[in-house]
Design a protein around this ligand. Structure first.
Ligand code: TRP
Length: 507
C-alpha cells in the first residue's frame, strides 16, 4: 500500500509558502535596526556575503534534503543516519517554542489593531505616552518575571484568534496552505509599499533614510557587524527549524531546489530592504517634527513596533485627521500578516513530523499542536509575559536553536554524507548548477561561523546572564528552557510506533 504524500498544487504555491515563512516580523523590526547599528549602507557588504556563503547554501541543503527524502526534518535526517532523528525533533521543538511567543506578539498586534479604529490614537503622539500605553494598558506589565498578577486579556484574545487561524490554515493539508499564502504573502508587501510611499513623501524622510543607509565603512572591520549579518540571515530565512525541509518535502523528488533557494532568499532580502524604508522614513518625519535627533527615536523589536512607530503614525494626525487611524490600521495589518505565515509554517512542519512518524492525520496533529501552542502563548500573554519573551528569545533563538541545529545539519550532510556527493544529486535536477563553492560553504564556512556565533552568544550568557533582571533562578530557568528542546527531541525519537510510516513507504 503506497500512500501518496501531500503535494503543493504548484511550484508557485511552494515558493510563496517558503517566502511567507522567511518573511516575518524580523524583516520589519529586526533588519532595519540591525543594519542601522552595524554600519548602515556598509552593512550590505557583510549581509550579502552572509547570504551567499551561508544563507543560500544552507537553504539549498534544507530544500534538497526535504525533497530528496520526501519527509519532515526528523524523517529526513533519520533517513541519512537513524541516530540523527532527534536533531530533527529538536529543531521542531525549538521552532514551536518560538512560535508560542511569536503568536503572543501577534496578539499584541491584534490588540493595537482593534484600538486603531478611533479618530484619535489612544497611545498618543509621543514616545513617552506610547510607552505608558504599551506597558500599562496593553501588557499591564508587572514588576518582574516572577510577578505574574493576571493575564493581559487583550493580548491573549489576540493569541487565541491567531491559533484558531493557524489551525484553520493547516489542518486540511498543504494545498490549503497554498491557497492562503496567495493572500497573506502579497498583502503585507502591499501594505509596506503604502507605508513607504507615505513615509518617503513626508518632511524629514531623507533625514531618516540617511540614518538607515549612510555607510560607516569602519564597521567592516568590526567582527560583531559580521556576526550580526550572519545572525540576521539565519533567523530571517527561518533556517535550522525544519520548516524548509518540511515544505520542500511536499515537492517532487526532482524539483529544482537550487533555483527555489535563490528566489526565496532574494524575495526575503528585498522585503527587508523595503521595510527599512518604511521604518526610517516615518521615524525621520517623527524626529524632525518633534525636533529630536533620529538616533534618539530609533528602536528595534517591540519598542519599535508598539511604541515609537505607533507614536509616529499618531503624529500623522497633525497633517490630516484620517491619516493616523488609516496608516495605523495598515501597519498593524502588516504585522499580523507578516507574522502569520511564519507562525503556521513551523506548526505545519511539526505536524508533518508527527504525521510522518505516527501516521496520524493532519487534523489530529494540527489540533494537538495548536492547543499546546495556545497554552504556551498564555504564558507569554500574562502580565509578566514580556520578560519571559525576552528571556526565551535570548536563550532559545540566539544560542540553543538555529546555531546548533544548523551546525549539525552541516556536519551531517557536509561530512558524513559528503557534500560533493550530495551536490551532484542536487545538480542533476537543477537549471542552475552549483559548483565546488557550495561544498566549501557547507563544510567549512557555515560551520565555522555558526561555531563562532555559538561561542560568542554562550559566552555572553555566562558573563552577563541576563540584562536588567538577572537572578540565579532565571539563569537556571533559562537553561531549563534551552535543554527542554533536545530532551523532548530524544523522547520523541525513542518512542516507536508499531508500524512507523517512513519504514512502510520504503518497502
Ligand atoms: N523568519 C522569521 C522572521 O523573519 C522568524 C522565524 C524564524 C520564525 N524561525 C521561526 C518564526 C519559527 C516562527 C517560528 O520573522
Amino acid at each position: 500500500m503506497v500512500e501518496l504524500r501531500d503535494r503543493w498544487q504548484s511550484r508557485g504555491s511552494f515558493l510563496l509558502g517558503a517566502i511567507g515563512s522567511a518573511v516575518g516580523l524580523g524583516n520589519l523590526w529586526r533588519f532595519p535596526y540591525v543594519a542601522y547599528k552595524n554600519g548602515g549602507g556598509a552593512f550590505l557588504v557583510p549581509y550579502f556575503v552572509a547570504l551567499l556563503t551561508a544563507g543560500i547554501p544552507l537553504l539549498i541543503l534544507e530544500y534538497s534534503l526535504g525533497a530528496k527524502m520526501q519527509g519532515s526534518a526528523p524523517k529526513a535526517l533519520g533517513k541519512v543516519r537513524s541516530k540523527w532523528e532527534f536533531v530533527g525533533w529538536w529543531a521542531l521543538v525549538v521552532g514551536m517554542i518560538i512560535s508560542m511567543y511569536y503568536v503572543s506578539i501577534m496578539g499584541m498586534s491584534w490588540d493595537y489593531l482593534f484600538s486603531s479604529f478611533k479618530s484619535v490614537m489612544p497611545w498618543g503622539t509621543s514616545a513617552e505616552t506610547a510607552e505608558k500605553f504599551f506597558n500599562e494598558k496593553v501588557l499591564n506589565l508587572s514588576s518582574g518575571p516572577f510577578d505574574i498578577k493576571d493575564i493581559a486579556w487583550g493580548v491573549f484574545i489576540g493569541a487565541i484568534i491567531t491559533w484558531v487561524w493557524i489551525f484553520l490554515v493547516i489542518f486540511k493539508g498543504v494545498k490549503n496552505v497554498g491557497r492562503v499564502v496567495l493572500i497573506t504573502v502579497p498583502l503585507p508587501w502591499l501594505m509596506l509599499v503604502v507605508l513607504t510611499i507615505r513615509g518617503l513623501t513626508l518632511e524629514g524622510a531623507s533625514t531618516g533614510i540617511n540614518y538607515y543607509l549612510a555607510p560607516q565603512w569602519e564597521k567592516l572591520f568590526d567582527p560583531s557587524a559580521w556576526l550580526a549579518a550572519y545572525g540576521q540571515i539565519f533567523f530571517s530565512l527561518s533556517l535550522g527549524f525544519g520548516i524548509m525541509i518540511a515544505y520542500a518535502s511536499y515537492m517532487s523528488k526532482t524539483s529544482d531546489t537550487t533555483n527555489n533557494a535563490f528566489i526565496t532568499a532574494f524575495a526575503n532580502s528585498g522585503t527587508e530592504y523595503l521595510a527599512g524604508f518604511s521604518v526610517f522614513s516615518i521615524l525621520g518625519y517623527f524626529a524632525v517634527s518633534i525636533n529630536a535627533d533620529v538616533a534618539s527615536v530609533v528602536k528595534g523589536g517591540p519598542g519599535l513596533a508598539f511604541v515609537v512607530y505607533p507614536a509616529a503614525l499618531a503624529k500623522l494626525g497633525d497633517i490630516a485627521g484620517w491619516m493616523a487611524p488609516f496608516f495605523s490600521i495598515c501597519f498593524f495589518i502588516t504585522l499580523i500578516t507578516l507574522g502569520i505565515d511564519s507562525a503556521f509554517s513551523i506548526v505545519e512542519a511539526f505536524a508533518a513530523g508527527l504525521e510522518d512518524k505516527f501516521g496520524w492525520g493532519k487534523t489530529k496533529t494540527s489540533a494537538i499542536l495548536c492547543v499546546l501552542g495556545l497554552l504556551g502563548s498564555l504564558w507569554f500573554s500574562t502580565t509578566a509575559g514580556l520578560y519571559w519573551l525576552d528571556i526565551t528569545d535570548h536563550w532559545i533563538s540566539d544560542c540553543f536553536g538555529l546555531a546548533i541545529i544548523g551546525l549539525l545539519e552541516c556536519i551531517l550532510i557536509g561530512w558524513l554524507w559528503k557534500a560533493s556527493k550530495f551536490r551532484q544529486e542536487i545538480n542533476s535536477f537543477s537549471d542552475i548548477r552549483i559548483g565546488r563553492w557550495w561544498d566549501i560553504c557547507i563544510k567549512f564556512i557555515t560551520p565555522a561561523v555558526l561555531i563562532w556565533l555559538l561561542i560568542t552568544n554562550i559566552w555572553e550568557l555566562i558573563e552577563k546572564p541576563y540584562g536588567g533582571y538577572c537572578s540565579l533562578a532565571l539563569f537556571l530557568g533559562g537553561w531549563m528552557v534551552a535543554l527542554m528542546a533536545p530532551v523532548i527531541g530524544i523522547i520523541l525519537t525513542i518512542i516507536k510506533p508499531k508500524n512507523p510510516r517512513w519504514k512502510m513507504e520504503e518497502g
